[in-house]
Design a protein around this ligand. Sequence first.
Ligand code: AMP
Length: 112
Amino acid sequence: MSDCLFCKIVAGEIPSKKLYEDDLCYAFYDIAPQAPTHFLVVPKAHISSVAGVDETNQATAGHIFAIIAKLCKELRLDSYRVVSNIGEQAGQSVPHLHFHVLGGRDLTWPPG
Ligand code: AMP
């Protein structure tokens, strides 16, 4: 999508601190980290949010979880949280599917 921030990051049009990429997904550190480790994993193809995951793109969504597990192993994170906000009321500010991965500190529950 031409006007999407994360599509522009995936395309390299906006700089990011890349952690990983493959044909399907792109991982980069969050610009405003909420934990000592805070990165985002996004599909390269535009999907609006978890609400936009369906039978046509579910393989990509599943792949992203495998990549999250792999990256956390590599970063030696054995306790972490994966979050995806869906919709404005839940705090989604960028309408391109993304999974926050947060770790390196105690994380409270319930979230705010
Ligand atoms: P959400 O509010 O759940 O939609 O998450 C969007 C996240 O994107 C926030 O945590 C922002 O800090 C992060 N973010 C926004 N712009 C950038 C950027 N240019 N590079 C890295 N992270 C960003």
